[in-house]
Design a binder for this molecule. Structure first.
Ligand code: 3PG
Length: 205
């Protein structure tokens, strides 16, 4: 899969406590117009959730987030993740991601990190943590010297600031957890999640 950044304007970043929520949650996000879904490997049920979504919601492009080690890469790929996202990029993690054959968005926060990955032919990156690291102004500045590198900013993105990111030529999509608040997931309020997704899907002008 190429151009992971162009499949949807917003990638929901999901933290799941209960694998039973995975399938209805993914269906709600897809129905709202956001088929690219990142389930973070931060909870014990994450791999099970990815497995279930991969098996039962084929129209979702399910990925794994918070991938931090070669072991995470192997586990996520084995569970059926169709892309991998990391908060930062170490040499060992990069080697494992490249070897996996699974598309990935490695995390960066500086020009040097972005240039190091571009040298390896990786030009679609997660910019993390977007707001604390410098936000829209920072990414705009990177676009001058690094016009061939594109980003998915994540970290502090909201429906209010997302349009300014999405208007940048070096931003393909944004990531965020606002679509799947724990309170709504726990309550099983998937109708509300679908509504949040449809509002987010309309954010790209
Ligand atoms: C993440 O990878 O956890 C993202 O940074 C989510 O950030 P947010 O909760 O600020 O959207």
């Amino acid at each position: 899969m190429s151009n992971l950044l162009d499949l949807a304007p917003v990638v929901p970043v999901v933290v799941l406590d209960d694998a039973e929520s995975a399938v209805p949650l993914a269906r709600a996000l897809v129905a709202g117009g956001l088929p690219v879904i990142e389930v973070t490997l931060r909870t014990p049920v994450a791999l099970d959730a990815i497995r279930r979504i991969a098996a039962e919601v084929p129209e979702a492009v399910i990925g794994a987030g918070t991938v931090r080690s070669p072991e995470d890469v192997e586990a996520a790929a084995g569970a059926g993740a169709r892309f991998l996202v990391s908060p930062g990029t170490t040499p060992g993690l990069l080697a494992a991601m490249l070897a996996s054959g699974v598309p990935f968005l490695p995390g960066v926060a500086t020009a040097t990190e972005a240039m190091t990955l571009a040298e390896r032919g990786v030009r679609e990156l997660k910019f993390f943590p977007a707001e604390p690291a410098g936000g829209v102004a920072y990414l705009k500045s990177l676009g001058g010297p690094l016009p061939d590198v594109r980003f998915c900013p994540t970290g502090g993105i909201t429906p209010s600031n997302a349009p300014a990111y999405l208007a940048l030529p070096n931003v393909g999509c944004v990531g965020g957890s606002w679509l799947t608040p724990r309170s709504l997931v726990t309550a099983g309020d998937f109708a509300r999640i679908e509504k949040l997704a449809s509002e987010a899907a309309a954010l790209r002008p």
